[in-house]
Design a protein around this ligand. Structure first.
Ligand code: IPD
Length: 275
């Protein structure tokens, strides 16, 4: 087929073929982005600045986002873009990108961070990928097709007893401390063990992978959570309806849980789950 006739019949982005192309590109690109981030991490390049209280920025955040944005612009100029560091450009479907999630870890030389990229339509998350370059673990989900780690299917945990559940609560200065302490108290009272590993995206991927039983945070940005929410849902977990509550523009509360602890987590956080 000639270039002219291809142009005359563009493939709709959300058709199976359009999504196949985006899936293939995403899986290549996120590994390339991870290699760039990990090279900088290994070289201890650059140091960090503060964007605000407890809000870290490294030169690598900007470099990775630039790479991802340029590649996506070349491949899919019709798609929109929302990035943590470089703002947003409109589109009927949008790539939502966190170039480094776990920037505080990255900046302090803790090898626990990831790159998170989602493709979203206004009311649904279509693709989600989270790559941990330290351990070479690539999580991927496509709506309706399950979730994988390095190509192998994954599933949420079967835990039902809160006394053996280990869940994660993330926090930020965007919600008052007292509110978080109240939620934390309820989760402890329910009997769960609680961790905070400082990358919400990887925390969600770990729920999808059955390594953790739930992830909650009272306000997250879309780039921190969209890919992870799709992973958890596709891995058999329950998740909040982040996009319905205007999450793409304003962010919002996040909850993702294995079914056996979903009720207690919804109760403790006050965040509704899609049943
Ligand atoms: C942060 C991390 C953290 C979460 C914060 C996020 P960043 O993202 O995901 O775990 O608690 O809400 O802002 O700054 O590392 O990309």
């Amino acid at each position: 087929m000639s270039a002219v006739s291809q142009h005359a019949h563009p493939i709709p982005a959300t058709s199976p073929e359009g999504l196949d192309r985006r899936e293939a590109a995403l899986l290549r690109l996120i590994r390339e982005a991870g290699a760039l981030a990990q090279a900088a991490f290994a070289a201890d390049a650059g140091g960090f600045e503060m964007k605000g209280p407890q809000d870290f920025l490294t030169v690598t955040d900007a470099a990775v986002e630039k790479l991802v944005r340029e590649r996506l612009d070349q491949l899919f100029p019709e798609d929109g873009f929302v990035g943590e560091e470089s703002g947003s450009a409109p589109g009927a479907i949008v790539w939502v990108v966190d170039p480094i999630d776990g920037t505080a870890n990255f900046a302090r030389r803790i090898p626990h961070y990831c790159i998170s990229i989602a493709l979203a339509a206004p009311q649904e998350i279509l693709l989600g990928a989270i790559y941990d370059p330290v351990h070479d673990e690539l999580y991927f989900a496509r709506k309706g097709r399950g979730a994988t780690r390095n190509g192998a299917p994954i599933a949420v945990s079967g835990v039902t007893d809160p006394q053996s559940a280990c869940v994660e609560l993330g926090w930020s200065v965007r919600v008052p401390n007292a509110t978080y302490l109240d939620v934390l108290g309820k989760m402890l009272d329910a009997g769960t063990n609680i961790r905070r590993a400082a990358t919400g995206a990887l925390g969600l991927a770990y729920v999808a992978d059955g390594r953790s039983d739930a992830y909650a945070e009272l306000h997250m940005h879309p780039w921190d959570c969209l890919a992870g929410l799709l992973l958890v849902r596709e891995a058999g977990g329950l998740v909040c309806d982040f996009l319905a509550a205007d999450g793409l523009r304003s962010g919002g509360g996040v909850l993702a849980a294995a079914p056996g602890v979903a009720g207690l987590m919804a109760e403790a956080t006050g965040i509704a789950l899609n049943l």
